[in-house]
Design a protein around this ligand. Structure first.
Ligand code: NDP
Length: 342
């Protein structure tokens, strides 16, 4: 029997997506093509129909692996022939290195977006992408806070130009809908305002980090989601694996993401460590693993349309997908809030 059997509408569209979305960011770096296909087969058998990827995955140290994740999904789609069953989401970042994108905002010009979508369609071996997301706003933001943004003045693509390019792609049938990512409440309202003013379709979703260590959705975007019917997709529900407790007390698990890449250290530090220690103890008291507690918390939030999970092994994937059947009680949620101290 499948574990993820209900579907939720994405925004006001006819798309129906599973509440667990399969993230793919590690494929082509920590995971081989065969492992990626195994994850896809298992996820689909468990009722997941929603897959999230990006032209820039796996986030490369120097750009040499960019696009490999989409290639792996493309070979799977070509061999399995299940395209119509899948809600396929990808993202455009535009040219350049990813750290610059985060600090300054990518150049999301019409030409860059058109070129990017052609590349994604080719690698994914499909004629259309269901949900095409602007990976970062084309302006400097401090959404991640801790990364030490430098707010640099500069030439940024006007939002109208990026949106117009997406409208063209929708008309051409290359993308069915569009969404935002790493966007603020202000930026989301701005896009809604322009779309309404121009009579264009609205974005279906916003995809930002949301987890027990980063509950920024609850300030602004959750309200927008309810009031404006914009779906919120939660990424990094385990805070890059930190919420499993496996990095506590200076542990360096072999092959794990943060051990491999310092760039994923956003959720480390004394404050995070103290909170994770408390969440690990709470999970134990509830008879759950720390990962189960963290993932169930995200999935059951009323403003979260889908929880985008990631896994580097089948054991992780099985544990994470199984949390779709968990529901924390109001008392358990209160105990979590007491640790978060909002
Ligand atoms: P998580 O925070 O859930 O981290 C997933 C990682 O944690 C895994 O790769 C694995 O890494 C570890 N892990 C997962 N499950 C377990 C487990 N049960 N026990 C122990 N360790 C576990 O999510 P991600 O940060 O990977 O994000 C998920 C997806 O969201 C991505 O694949 C991508 O699709 C999307 N995303 C979007 C972004 C955006 O800018 N829009 C940014 C980031 C992600 P390891 O084995 O190495 O420890």
């Amino acid at each position: 029997m499948s574990l993820v059997n209900n579907r939720r509408p994405l925004g006001n569209s006819d798309l129906r997506a599973s509440k667990i979305c399969l993230g793919t960011m590690t494929w082509g770096e920590q995971n081989s093509e065969a492992e990626a296909h195994q994850q896809l087969d298992y996820a689909l058998a468990q009722g997941i129909n929603f897959i999230d990827t990006a032209e820039m995955y796996p986030v490369p140290p120097q750009g040499e692996t960019q696009g490999r994740t989409e290639q792996y999904i493309g070979t799977w789609l070509a061999s399995r022939g299940q395209r119509e069953r899948i809600v396929l989401a990808s993202k455009v970042t535009g040219p350049g290195d990813w750290m610059t994108h985060i600090r300054q905002g990518p150049q999301l010009t019409r030409a860059h977006i058109r070129e990017a979508v052609e590349g994604s369609l080719r690698r994914l071996q499909t004629d259309y992408i269901d949900l095409y997301q602007l990976h970062w706003p084309a302006r400097p933001t401090n959404f991640f806070g801790k990364l030490g943004y430098v707010h640099q003045p500069g030439e940024h693509t006007p939002l109208e130009e990026s949106l117009l390019a997406l409208m063209e792609l929708m008309q051409e049938g290359k993308i069915r809908h569009y969404g935002l990512s790493n966007e603020t409440a202000w930026g989301t309202m701005k896009v809604l305002q322009i779309a309404d003013r121009e009579g264009w379709p609205r974005p279906l979703t916003v995809q930002n980090p949301y987890n027990l260590l980063n509950r920024s959705y609850e300030v602004g975007l959750a309200e927008i989601s309810h009031q404006e019917n914009v779906g919120l997709l939660a990424y990094s529900p385990l805070a890059f694996g930190v919420l499993t407790g496996k990095y506590l007390y200076g542990q360096q698990p072999a092959g794990a993401r943060i051990t491999l890449h310092q760039r994923f250290s956003r959720y480390q530090g004394a404050q995070a460590e103290a909170a994770v220690t408390e969440y690990v103890a709470l999970a134990q008291e509830f008879g759950l693993t720390p990962a189960q507690l963290a993932l169930a918390f995200v999935t059951q939030q009323s403003f979260v349309t889908a929880n985008i999970i990631g896994a580097t092994s089948m054991a992780q994937l099985q544990e994470n997908i199984a949390t779709a059947a968990l529901e924390l009680t109001p008392e358990q949620l209160q105990r979590i809030d007491a640790i978060h101290k909002v």
